[in-house]
Design a protein around this ligand. Structure first.
Ligand code: VGL
Ligand code: ZN
Length: 203
């Protein structure tokens, strides 16, 4: 059984949003085309409280995209984004939501960031996504969404570690940094992920 994981397709990650990924809105028609080809569609949602520790605004004198440490973990500082209950945290209005059976929220703990849909960045707390997928008989996980070099990448890595066969739907993602994405891609290939296109999946 194969599942489609839609990672963080939220207003703040598309052009006009607080942490816009270039071309992020271009994936939405592709993602909608993919959905009917899966027995299960699950979404994740970046869902930060105001004042989250990953926000540059929580660290006086620091700017977005600088590197720092947050409670012992390396942390990129981000613009305020995906604040719980704001329009920026909503799914993009063009995303077809009627097949999404479950939504896993992450990033709620102000003291730790959470890129993966499975675990926080310290691998301390599980969201329950892996057990949910296993409970539904899923063995193959296809990933699409934003951003390719952060939340999609970390979700793919955890999916592999959890024993799923992983397919990265490359044209249904966009990256924050092209260099970062090349490193992520190389790492995922070494770990055994497969890279596929929408046309290959939706036929
Ligand atoms: C993301 C940075 C911070 C993502 C979330 O969804 O890729 N990136 N929070
Ligand atoms: Zn975030």
């Amino acid at each position: 059984m194969k599942a489609l994981l839609l990672i963080d397709i939220q207003n703040d990650f598309v052009p006009g949003g607080a942490l816009a990924v270039a071309g992020g809105d271009a994936i939405i028609p592709l993602v909608n085309r993919l959905q009917p080809h899966f027995g299960l569609v699950v979404a994740t949602q970046d869902w930060h409280p105001a004042g989250h520790g990953s926000f540059a605004s929580s660290h006086p004198g620091r700017q977005p995209f600088e590197q720092t440490e947050l409670h012992g973990l390396p942390q990129t500082l981000w613009p305020d984004h995906c604040v719980q209950g704001t329009a920026g945290a909503d799914f993009h209005p063009a995303l077809d939501q009627h097949r999404i059976e479950a939504i896993f929220r992450k990033g709620t703990n102000p003291e730790i960031d959470s890129y993966s849909g499975f675990f926080d960045n310290g691998h301390r707390k599980s969201t329950g996504l892996a057990d949910y997928l296993r409970g539904r008989g899923v063995t193959q996980v296809y990933l699409a969404g934003l951003a390719a070099d952060y939340c999609v990448y970390f979700s793919a890595k955890d999916a592999l570690q959890e024993g799923f066969e992983v397919f990265f739907v490359e044209d249904a993602t966009r990256a924050i940094s092209a260099d970062g994405y090349q490193q992520a891609r190389t790492d995922l290939l070494q770990r055994g992920a497969q890279f596929v296109t929408v046309a290959e999946v939706a036929q």
